[in-house]
Ligand binder design. Structure first.
Ligand code: TRP
Ligand code: ZN
Length: 896
């Protein structure tokens, strides 16, 4: 039987009870050895006031071995405690006592990457959510907060760097009792801020340290240290730069300073997620630390900047104010994603940031909310909390915070955040605490608003009018929520709906406003801000949902003419983009055989005209100003040129045919490229430059536009351009863009070019694991009929390793999520193969295996026989003794 036998009952929010004991301080001593590490834990414990004096102390512990227990310096008799598979229960305790527990764990054989493990001969930890119990016996829950002191003893040669949370203390070469010990050294770390166990971290290894510093606004100089393998020490500059900008932004916008004497980031190659906000010692997946112009793309730089900021911002939203229980996860994650999105918006282009954030929401969160895995941002029960690190908790959670900012206004919102950090500093808080502060400061009633946290599903909003008369008019707005799991919501939500009025013939902006929808149906008067004083009697087009003011699906009937007017004149850049995105969407779906009620030829003309005009305008801006504004336009236009992804185009479709969607999309891209090819080519040529790579928003925007143009040009038969770029580029952005375009292109000329460019790429980069992961992903994305056999061959290739999550994601993740034709092959072999690989991964890393199942999320919406084939492949996982994590996901996915 598997070690982690499924628990019978889920953990329920309604059953929350505070812990019976308070742990004032914990001292942890580690004697590091890959095969068997000894952990000695000393806990200063008090019974909470009012708790039954008979109540035992219950500690969590998983896959560790107990060596000894002493209570207040006396060995504890065996009848005083009981050791079960996952708990250590100690009875007959006084109200105040000290407990010494010695246990061992085995880092070298820990492939789950949770707890203490070894990656490239370096010790590291991952404790969120429930990994600390795999290190020592402890109340592993976020509301038990304690002051940690850590001593690490290890071989000095092999592990010269010894790190833990907080501030550095004594170091030396002696044992605890004072004698020198052969080849060993030690370091002591003390973290003065009480913290839950999930924020604990330890690192030991032979690492290079790249150092910089930041001076806080109160004048304290904080050393900033990034620890990486020696070969990577030239790839840390951008991370340090992003960190300093994050620290400054946090002070400027939220008034929050750093609170320890040193801040550290460590890069590890084996990591289940992006990064982890351990107090003072963030641990990162090395893919989100290491960057140099020749190995990282603009997209890599951008995501490194965002993740560095995200983890740094957790120091307040997550660490100083932590969580009462795991149901509150989106209190730290949704809020921190919102904060990192705003940081990125301030660092780069605000409107392009918003477009990217909404694209991600549409591509992953909307389908999650419409499928079998739908859940509220704050769920009310779970079997395995690891399975709730979802796009709903993160990205929808961020949208919920964003709506609060919209409803309260930026000033009141920021003031409320101040108050939240002040009121709950040092506490383990709830979403209710957050909502309450917002109510107290704003004086507003957020009763209905709370439904956003507690209900699943994407609300549908219907507006009765898309166009009004010259004097405005009456609009009826209706909201309803339906999801497969939740049915129809009885109670409405509080939905902010922004709008603008645009003159139908002049394109003039005639008014803007915000409607607060709080009822199932509401009738609203909308009037222009200014009368049409020039006597023009033009109708007013309503541009709905300004800046995507709420995570809803909004339907209105708007004529193609009106949509095209908005594409040119909408005062909100997000909505200008979203009209163009809607045209791409309607055209691709129409070409795939779905009736979108549009005239294909007229819509195509409109789309091409809008794109052509926008590209030329971006080029003009570059010629004219060469300034930041021009470059921002370039990145915006790159977004206009990028059609929705094939998987995003399946959103909202029932019984869909993946191959038809892919073909419809590629047809529309080809026709568009043929029609505006001249403009695309001049943009491509104008933007091709020999200037040395610079990761700035401006330069990256220009590369983005150039490569978006290249992507379309290849569909129009110019694979030669991508081949030349792929073989000659001197920065990874251009090199990777060419390779990715050729790898995914459906044009026949792309096939030979793809072989040359991917072959050359591998030869050039085969010794660089992170770069080779890109190559694995492109191979997995190839649209040809043999995609599966490529992936099967690569699974045996020396560049692949099933124990490295980045590689599993690059090969199996990309194939199953982004290669619609390959994964959804008619014979069901794609499903069977991925299901088998999920089981293989599961025996090593249950968290990763469980996450891989999301590729099957669309199965109920597939056409037959794909639907049954996918369902059967999923069900087969249950026949292969899945872990608790994996079993929970498969069962939720199969529940109809
Ligand atoms: N808290 C981390 C973040 O903000 C998430 C995380 C990192 C995580 N590693 C994990 C969650 C392992 C579960 C398991 O991004
Ligand atoms: Zn986070």
């Amino acid at each position: 039987m598997r070690p982690d036998t499924p628990p019978k009952n889920p953990t329920r929010l309604a059953n929350y009870q505070p812990y019976d004991f308070i742990i004032d301080a914990v001292a942890l001593d580690f004697d590091l050895d890959p095969e068997s590490t000894t952990v000695t834990s000393t806990l200063n414990v008090r019974r909470r006031e009012g708790v039954d004096p008979q109540a035992p102390l219950v500690l969590d512990g998983e896959e560790i071995s107990l060596v000894s227990i002493r209570l207040d310096d006396n060995p504890l008799a065996p009848d005083r405690y009981q050791l079960d598979e996952n708990t250590l229960t100690i009875k007959d305790l006084p109200n105040k006592f000290t407990l010494h527990i010695v246990n061992t764990c085995s880092p070298a054989t820990n492939t789950s990457l949770s707890g203490l493990y070894v990656s490239n001969d370096m010790f590291c930890t991952q404790c969120e959510a429930e990994g600390f119990r795999r290190i020592t016996y402890y109340p592993d829950r976020p509301d038990v907060m304690s002051v940690f002191t850590v001593r690490i003893d290890a071989d000095k040669k092999r592990y010269p760097v010894l790190l833990s949370n907080g501030n550095p203390g004594e170091t030396g070469e002696t044992t605890k009792t004072g004698e020198t010990k052969d080849g060993k050294h030690f370091a002591i770390w003390h973290d003065p801020h009480p913290k839950p166990a999930y924020l604990f971290a330890l690192v030991a290894g032979d690492l290079a340290c790249v150092e910089d510093h930041f001076v806080t606004r109160s004048g304290k100089q904080i050393p900033l240290r990034v620890f990486v393998q020696h070969k990577n020490k030239d790839r840390c500059d951008f991370t340090l730069d992003a960190l300093k900008r994050s620290m400054k932004w946090e002070e400027d916008v939220y008034g929050l300073e750093y609170d320890l004497d040193v801040f550290m980031i460590v890069a590890v190659d084996h990591f289940n997620m992006g990064a982890m906000e351990n107090k003072g010692l963030n641990i990162f997946n090395s893919a989100y630390v290491l960057a140099s112009p020749d190995t990282a793309t603009d997209a890599d730089y951008e995501i490194i900047e965002a993740i560095v900021a995200h983890e740094y911002f957790h120091n307040w939203s997550g660490n100083r104010v932590t969580l009462r229980d795991w149901f509150q996860l989106c209190l730290k994650e949704g809020f921190t994603v919102f904060r990192d999105q705003e940081f990125s918006a301030d660092m780069r282009s605000r409107s392009v940031q918003r477009i990217k954030d909404v694209r991600r929401l549409w591509a992953s969160q909307f389908p999650e909310d419409a499928g079998p895995l739908a859940h509220p941002p704050r769920p009310d029960h779970f079997y395995t909390i690891d399975n709730f690190y979802t796009t709903t908790v993160y990205e929808k959670g961020a949208e919920v915070v964003r709506m609060l900012k919209t409803l309260l206004g930026e000033d009141v919102f920021l003031k409320s955040c101040d108050q939240y950090f002040e009121r709950h500093d040092g506490e383990a808080a709830t979403i209710e605490d957050f909502a309450k502060v917002m109510e107290d400061i704003s004086g507003r009633d957020l009763t209905l608003f709370r439904n956003w946290w507690t209900r699943p599903g994407t609300p549908h909003v219907t507006v009765s009018e898309g166009t009004l008369g010259p004097e405005g008019g009456t609009v009826e707005l209706k909201q309803e929520t339906s999801t497969t799991t939740a049915g129809i919501d009885a109670e409405p939500r509080h939905i902010p709906v922004g709008y603008a009025l645009v003159g139908a013939s002049t394109g003039d902006v005639r008014g803007t406003g915000l409607i607060e929808l709080t009822e199932a149906s509401q009738t609203i008067e909308i009037k222009p801000d200014t009368p049409a004083d020039d006597g023009s009697n033009e109708p007013l087009i309503v541009s709905w949902l300004t800046d995507f003011s709420a995570p809803v699906v909004l339907s209105s009937n708007q004529s193609l003419d009106d949509r095209l007017t908005l594409a040119a004149h909408d005062p909100d850049p997000f909505n200008r983009w979203s009209v163009v995105d809607g045209l791409w969407r309607d055209l691709c779906q129409t070409a795939a055989g779905y009736n979108r009620g549009i005239d294909e030829e007229e819509a195509l003309n409109g789309l091409c005209a809008a794109l052509d005009r926008s590209v030329l305008a971006a080029l003009d801006a570059l010629e004219g100003t060469r300034g930041v504004q021009g470059a921002i336009d370039a990145s915006f236009v790159a977004q206009l040129l990028a059609a929705p992804s094939a998987s995003d185009l399946t959103r909202g479709l029932d019984g869909f045919d993946p191959a038809a969607i892919v073909d419809g999309r590629s047809k529309i891209r080809r026709v568009t490229a043929e029609r505006i090819g001249g403009t695309l080519l001049s943009a491509y040529e104008r933007l091709t430059s020999d200037a040395p790579y610079e990761p700035s928003a401006e330069a990256s925007g220009q590369r983005g536009l150039k490569n978006a143009a290249l992507g379309l040009l290849v569909e129009a038969g110019r694979a030669d351009l991508a081949e030349a770029q792929g073989l000659s580029s001197r920065n990874m952005t251009d090199e990777a863009a060419a390779a990715a375009i050729l790898a995914t292109s459906e044009h026949p000329d792309a096939v030979p070019a793809r072989e040359k460019v991917l072959g050359a790429f591998y030869d050039k980069w085969k010794d660089d694991a992170l770069v080779v992961n890109k190559w694995l992903g492109w191979n997995a994305q190839q649209p040809d009929a043999n995609a599966l056999s490529h992936v099967q061959r690569l699974a045996e290739h020396k560049s692949f390793d099933i124990k490295t999550p980045n590689k599993v994601r690059a090969l199996f993740g990309v194939f199953s999520n982004a290669n619609l034709k390959g994964f959804n092959a008619e014979d069901g072999e794609g499903y069977r193969f991925i299901a088998e690989q999920i089981s293989r991964v599961d025996s090593l890393n249950a968290q990763l295996a469980a996450r891989m199942t999301s590729a099957f999320e669309p199965w109920p919406r597939l056409k037959q026989p794909l639907r049954s084939l996918a369902q059967n492949a999923l069900a087969s996982i249950l026949d292969r003794e899945p872990s608790t994590n994996l079993k929970e996901m498969v069962e939720r996915l199969l529940k109809e």
